[in-house]
Structure formats: C-alpha cells, structure tokens
Design a protein around this ligand. Sequence first.
Ligand SMILES: NC(=O)c1ccc[n+]([C@@H]2O[C@H](COP(=O)([O-])OP(=O)(O)OC[C@H]3O[C@@H](n4cnc5c(N)ncnc54)[C@H](O)[C@@H]3O)[C@@H](O)[C@H]2O)c1
Length: 439
Amino acid sequence: MKMKLAIAGTGYVGLVTGVTLSDVGHTVTCFDVDEQKIQILKQGTSPIFEPGLEEMIRKNTEEGRLSFTTKPKIAYEEAECIFIAVGTPEGQNGSANLQYVERAAIAIAKHAKNNPVVVIKSTVPVGTNEKIEKILYEYSGHHLNVVSNPEFLREGSAIVDTFSGDRIVIGASDKAAGDRVEAIYKPLKLPIVRTDIRSAEMIKYASNAFLATKISFINEIAILCEKTGANIIDVAKGMGMDKRIGEQFLRAGIGFGGSCFPKDTNALQKLALDYDYQFKILSSVTEVNHEQKKHLFHKAKQYFQDLNGKKVAILGLSFKPNTDDIREAPSLDLIQELLLEGAEITVYDPIAMENVKKIYGDRLQYASSVSECIEDKEIAFIVTEWKDIRDTSFATYRKLMREPMIIDGRNCYSLEEAAKEHVNYISIGRKPVFFKKFQ
Ligand SMILES: NC(=O)c1ccc[n+]([C@@H]2O[C@H](COP(=O)([O-])OP(=O)(O)OC[C@H]3O[C@@H](n4cnc5c(N)ncnc54)[C@H](O)[C@@H]3O)[C@@H](O)[C@H]2O)c1
C-alpha cells in the first residue's frame, strides 16, 4: 500500500528515511526549518555526506515521489503519516533536549488535516511519545495517534542499513496506528518487532548503551593488553568467536564519538536518576570513554615529553569513516590537547575537513592528501580509518616523514609489517614497535 508521507527534519535520519521510503514507492515530502538545507536539496544535492544518498535523492525527485519544503502546510496538510526525525541533542544535566520534537509536534497539530499517524523516529526518553500525544491534542483539538519507531541506522552506511537492517521496532498503543506504520515498511521485508510505546523507546536507549558498553569494555581490555604484553587483536578475535559475545564492536580504539552514543548514554543515566536509580555501569562507560579519547595524546607525551613546536599530522577527523559528522569526534579532543601543548598541527580528512575548519580556522593547517599531511612531520596520528588512510603504506611514511613515528588509534597495520618496514609504530592494545631512537 503506497502512502503519502511527510518527514519533519532532513538530517542524517530524516533525509535517509524520506529518501528510502520514496524509493520503495511512497510519496514523501520532507520538511525542514533550515532554508539553506532545503534549497540545497531542491537542487538535487545532499547537504550531508552519505554513500549513495545523492543519487537516490535525484532519482526519486525526478520520478516525482520526493519533494522538499520549508512550508509546514505543504508537508503536513494531506500526509497520512508524519515522521518526526528532528535532533534531540544533549540538554541540561545530560537529559535529551526535546524542544525540537515539541516544536515539530506543534506545527503538525496546526497543519495536519488528514488524521495522520505521528511517528517519532528521533531518539527520545521513555514517556516522550505520550507527552507528544498530549501536545498534539492541545494544539489541534483532536486526538492523533503517536507511534514510536526508533531508528538504528549508522552514519556512513545509512542506506544499506535501511534496506537490510536487523529489525524495525514499532511501539504503539493503538493497533491500527501500528499496523499503518508496519504497512509503510512492508516493502523492505525486514523483521518487525511490535511493542508498547515505552518499550520501543527503551529498546533504542538500551541498544545504544549496550554497544557503548561493549566499546568501553574492549578499550579497557586493550589497556590491560598494553600493560601485560597481550595483543588486543588476538584477544578480540578469540572472544568474538564465542557466539554469546559476537565479534562486532570488539575493535579497540580511541573511544566512541558521534551524535548518538555520547548523548544517549548520558540521557539514559539521567532518565535512571529521574526514577531514583543510578545506572552504575553506564557512568563507568562514559568515564572510560572520556579517558580513552585522550589515549593517543598520552602516548605522544610518553615518548616526546615536550610537544611544543612539534610538527604533527592528524589523519582523519570525522568520528568514523564514510561520514562528514564530527560531533563528539575523538579528533577534536586530540586537536585541543595538542593546541594547548603548542604543537604545529596539520590535519587531513577526505570529507570532514570543512566542518573542522569552521571550528579551528587558521589555528590548524589543512592538507589535501595523506602525503601532503605527513610530509616533514615528526608524528603522524591515525584517528579515523578512512580507506585512503588505511591504504597508505609504511614506505610512504618513511619517504615523507622526518623519522616516522606513527601513533595509530585504529590499529590499521600489523605489528609484523611495522617491524619489517623500519618505522616507529605505536597502536592500541599491542606492543609498540620501535625502529630506532625510542628503543
Ligand atoms: N545520526 C544518527 O546516526 C542517528 C541514528 C539513529 C537515531 N538518531 C536520532 O535521530 C534524531 C535525528 O538525528 P540526526 O542525526 O538526523 O539529526 P540532525 O541534527 O542531523 O538533523 C536534525 C534536523 O532537524 C531539523 N529541525 C529542527 N527543528 C525542526 C522542526 N521543528 N521541524 C523540522 N525540522 C526541524 C534541523 O534543521 C536538522 O536539519 C536524533 O534524535 C538522533 O538521536 C540519529
């Protein structure tokens, strides 16, 4: 059954949702309050970097199923189902800031005329969907059904994740409203989990908190590997082959960033406190992550006590590869620490550089390739494992750096390679490899 849909918010989640649902045949109008974003989208360009997204925007716009507007009336008036996918950034005391969701709900209440189901895709604390139902009633004068449908896509593989996700969660108190949302997703042929509203809201936070816990756990094991002489790659492999544990999210690194894990772990802790409960595991997860983001910096300090005036390269700025998103990215923590030490920093990222330029301006140098970034530097930090960074050979570092000292936060190389190629190589959860100078 093809439906007329509207999406509130054309960020990573809203845009991908709107574009993919139009691709399976629904007619979708995407609404955003950001005029500039909508202008860019109307020209068939994507305001965010997401593999495959721009092509899909053009195709569905040309075929007449996808449109963009800044006018709420155009988006909401005739829609049968309206997805709210606006941001829920961290607010006071770690809680989720719900002002954008509430504003979206008020606009929907004022303009919707086709008795739509309102679907909340934004990540919101337990109880929010019920609050939104009340706001809709207050501003429209009649009852509109609200369905919780949290999103699990990952930036960098958002399109693939939408078409081949593990599950779609639909939490509804009204069966017919839940059925309507289920029908929208039917063409994707993915497993559907139907729950009550509060459980759906909790599934999202519990999933993100669990994944964040896995990351902080393996990062602490990596620290112990460094101290004891074990190798984290082998340890993670041996653990991950146990099906009860699973191999994913066992890659030690320099901590989690991005727009979700940091704020969602904080929001869940705040939610727990609101219910007079202290979520003890999660406070440790956050604390470990905070420390882990400084790991590369501490390593550099360990080997070069004085970083003042040191020429350093930072390779990779986005919080993970294949996205331009730098929200809470570990690169920002490293840049901050190095600036305070007086290091001379050159950065490179294939996509996210402009976003970093907006923050740091001319306090950093910007290189247009890995080679340009590392040339003549004393230390190269690998922060994000983009393909061109991963593919850079040790021979290139040897050729271009004064005396290669590579501090790799993503374990891109094997220790055998490093030893063979005569570089100084420090990674996460493994023994350092020294060619000379630091031996
Ligand atoms: N980014 C992810 O990987 C991801 C994954 C799963 C869930 N989520 C959740 O999805 C939600 C959206 O995240 P995002 O990363 O897409 O956010 P984003 O910041 O990229 O985009 C939010 C968009 O909403 C727009 N907006 C704000 N107020 C609006 C209003 N009243 N009406 C219409 N548009 C409005 C903004 O202009 C912006 O374009 C958040 O709750 C987030 O936690 C994000």
